[in-house]
Design a protein around this ligand. Sequence first.
Ligand SMILES: Cc1cc2nc3c(=O)[nH]c(=O)nc-3n(C[C@H](O)[C@H](O)[C@H](O)COP(=O)(O)O)c2cc1C
Length: 336
Amino acid sequence: MRTRITELLGIRRPIVQGGMHYVGLAELASAVSNAGGLGILTALTQRTPELLAAEIDRCKAMTDQPFGVNLTFLPTFTAPPYAEYIQAIIEGGVKVVETAGRSPEAHLPALKAVGVKVIHKCTSVRHALKAERIGCDAVSVDGFECGGHPGEDDIPNMILLPAAAAALKIPFLASGGMADGRSLVAALALGADGMAMGTRFLATQEAPVHENVKQALIRATELDTRLVMRPLRNTERVLNNAAVTSLLEIERQRGDQLTINDILDQVAGIYPRVMRDGETEAGAWSCGMVAGLITDIPSVQGLLDRIMEQASQIIHERLAGFTRLETSAGQAAALA
Ligand SMILES: Cc1cc2nc3c(=O)[nH]c(=O)nc-3n(C[C@H](O)[C@H](O)[C@H](O)COP(=O)(O)O)c2cc1C
């Protein structure tokens, strides 16, 4: 399939794997790229720029297809050396960077100077327009459904995507709630040029996470996510568990007085324990509502093949069937 996103990124299928902390390692990123999409390594999962450089090398050994690196500018306890991570990305020859959190403006000149394509992840039309204005090549528009940080506006993709399509000139990815061929066709119908998925890729054979995490996604329904850290204006959609329930209780009790220190036990240092060690109840970890649509753990290649086949079937049979009916009804009316 060809869209403005496949052209921009040099990929065969308009499907991108969003950056995921402790998930976006070479195993998953290379599998997605080998299957025709764009896999993305998550920079800050690597504790130092040197370790990111090594992970980029590892990924290059596992795929000859393009892959990207996610650089997340989120409030962290100590600011990482972003410029050095960018240097590792550039020296590694990576051609696509997904930025998220705050504006990537300060880092764009370094990336653009060597022709790296920048996709900025946004949760609102105004932020997407700002990304376009400062020179990003594309945006990934994350609706309220998404796993991770949906922002503070709470606009679901059924509204956000057409609004973005009406406003933007640069290509964009629909992100949040995407799972299958229906999602891809819907994303294209709503004006996007492709889709990005996070949670769905977590439940694949190649995702380098503990089996407990994959099984938790299979068990989860669309009712099983919660929004945490809203009082800190750092809202995150996570899978519900006992730690999340107690986090929400602390938020309720502390009200306006809440600080990050009140909830450190539930949010700090959780990802390695969940993703690597399988302690799915250790604390809050990102998960989208789309968990309710996940019922299996396919290979990444199998997942992407299935998505493309289902999308093609929907476009050529189901939707084309409707327009044929419309045309024949119109012809019958004209003859009557
Ligand atoms: C476990 C997990 C970890 C994530 N970590 C990051 C991250 O470190 N940086 C980032 O920009 N987005 C992160 N995300 C968000 C994804 O890149 C993507 O935008 C989101 O998952 C899309 O919504 P979906 O889960 O409904 O597909 C994470 C998502 C999940 C599920």
